[in-house]
Ligand binder design. Structure first.
Ligand SMILES: Nc1nc2nc(S)n(CCO)c2c(=O)[nH]1
Length: 158
């Protein structure tokens, strides 16, 4: 069994509904168990800043899928929820990034794990710490631009 952490974000359309649908599809996948979900955070866009704020969260999963198979599932969910890659760093209905996969380090054309920018993103680290307290070793970047939006009592209440 493998353990992985995914960062989810949305800044187009009904952001909450998009995130709920993405988590539902993950939870319904026969090879994935959603073990924990973080709170939702409203976050200022990083990188391409001239766009609407995001809702971000992190989910902890257990899976029998290999990392690249998990990436396939994430990309299928993005397509299913009408993710349009209009501008690379621009607005999106839904975005799923693999942050960590076990304690593996891998770099391929399609996937780099641990995610290469996670260490500089408060919108990733702050929710990640909620679902994996053992990562307390991270020096949190300035939490500026990351506001708690809503917390949940677990996957079932999301
Ligand atoms: N706050 C925030 N800024 C972002 N910039 C990009 S690109 N993304 C997409 C994730 O790589 C985000 C995001 O999810 N949240």
């Amino acid at each position: 069994m493998n353990e992985s952490y995914l960062s989810l974000g949305s800044n187009m359309g009904n952001r909450l509904e998009m995130l709920k649908q993405a988590v539902r599809i993950l939870a319904e996948h026969t090879s994935i168990e959603v073990v924990a979900i973080s709170s939702l955070y409203e976050t200022e866009p990083v990188g391409f800043t001239k766009q609407d704020p995001f809702l971000n969260m992190v989910v902890r999963i257990r899976t029998t899928l290999a990392a690249l198979e998990l990436l396939d599932v994430c990309q299928e969910i993005e397509l299913e929820l009408h993710r349009e890659r209009l501008v690379r760093w621009g607005p999106r209905t839904i975005d799923l990034d693999i942050l960590l996969y076990n304690q593996d380090a891998m770099e391929t054309e399609r996937l780099i794990v641990p995610h290469p920018r996670m260490h500089e993103r408060a919108f990733v680290l702050i929710p990640l710490l909620e679902v994996n307290p053992s990562l307390k070793g991270f020096n949190l970047p300035d939490p500026q631009g990351v506001q708690l939006w809503k917390s949940y009592d677990g996957v079932d209440t999301f």
